[in-house]
Write a protein that binds this ligand. Sequence first.
Ligand code: NDP
Length: 420
Amino acid sequence: MTSISWTGFSKKTPQERLEHLQSNALLSPEDKTILESASLPLATANQMAEHVIGTLSLPFALAPDFQVDGSIYHLPMVTEEPSVVAAASFAAKLIKRSGGFKTHIHQRLMIGQVALYDISDKDNAHQTILTAKENLINMANQAHPSIVKRGGGARDIWCEDKEDFLIVYLSVDTQEAMGANMVNTMMEALVPDLEIMTQGKSLMAILSNYATESLVTAECTVDLRFLSRDKDQAHRLAQKMELASQLAQVDPYRATTHNKGIFNGVDALVLATGNDWRAIEAGAHAYACQDGHYRGLSQWHYDQEAQKIKGKLTLPLPIATKGGSIGLNPSVVAAHDILGNVNARTLARLIASLGLAQNFAALKALTSTGIQSGHMKLQAKSLALLAGAKEEQVPTLVKQLLQEKHLNLETAKQLLAKLS
Ligand code: NDP
């Protein structure tokens, strides 16, 4: 992608932003029409879930200019939370000037499990399964031959003895899909043979959302001069950001909020691309607890010698670009188009980078000005709109509200009445 100017993008109207994207060849006329119409057709919604009576729209925004592994991407973000997109865009700008994000895909496999119980000789059952490994893998592949044709399929099988259960795990290369349905099909296909082999009973056969074989790491370094123009202040801020990262390792109350900030970014892109955000959330929170303590998913280290702060985030990201409802929702299709229809691996790299950017912005704000100063303006804007202010009245009302001691709807209404 070529270099595009994003100066003033935040000041444009939504229509002007769409035109900016189109004039820079980042948006097709079809996708522009989809985003302008801002709706999921009811007939399509009715195909996606049951008992449908309507649709719910959310803001579809763009965080431009993320440099990830040397390429530039513009990230669609679906979120209702004020300041999230602005924070991500701000962080992306600083991180790009410092060299951008570097990412690493550890593996991209999904895991399924069959939980067996009532087994009298677990050691023997375990051994029998391992001896039949190749047969079981073939059996799983025969249950879903289309994924094998696409270059994927079952890869490995192993067992674990856990209290009353012998649990059989299967790892599957699901290619561009998240793979819930294909893995579930494979696991169910294995049940009859596993019951015979172990002389036990199957309790359930299902995909696991603890996607420890779909890990992705994003890293970045930010030059100290971008933290503050004042050298001493930048130094102190870098020290505090490292401390904030340590705090999230030792205190679950902070770790939860630290990770929520990461998910402000992660969820917004996961949602925009039609992925299953419950699956991503469940897997990542379990991963945050991998050693028995819930910890921050990212870590920051201040390298005083290099005058840089270095961040790293690892997440399980079983992300899809095919399957589920991805092809059905027109706005999701537009999101994939804006991303350049990257594959699932690249999409996972972008999501991890966005999570790290969001985390950087949150930690920087928290350890310097505090989070509230930025939020107050946005809160005042929400209150002005809720009080019924017209578009042209909003700037004045926001200014007046910010001078008030307590921001609330009543005050907004009183000030608006004086304005009107
Ligand atoms: P699908 O059931 O939609 O399967 C993926 C589809 O994508 C297949 O039909 C496959 O076609 C097609 N496809 C096209 N191109 C590719 C490609 N290059 N690589 C892989 N597949 C391709 O979705 P998933 O099995 O991925 O399941 C995801 C859905 O399941 C989500 O909607 C999720 O919410 C839901 N779900 C999640 C659960 C969980 O997380 N625990 C549990 C149950 C459901 P073909 O068959 O021809 O290869």
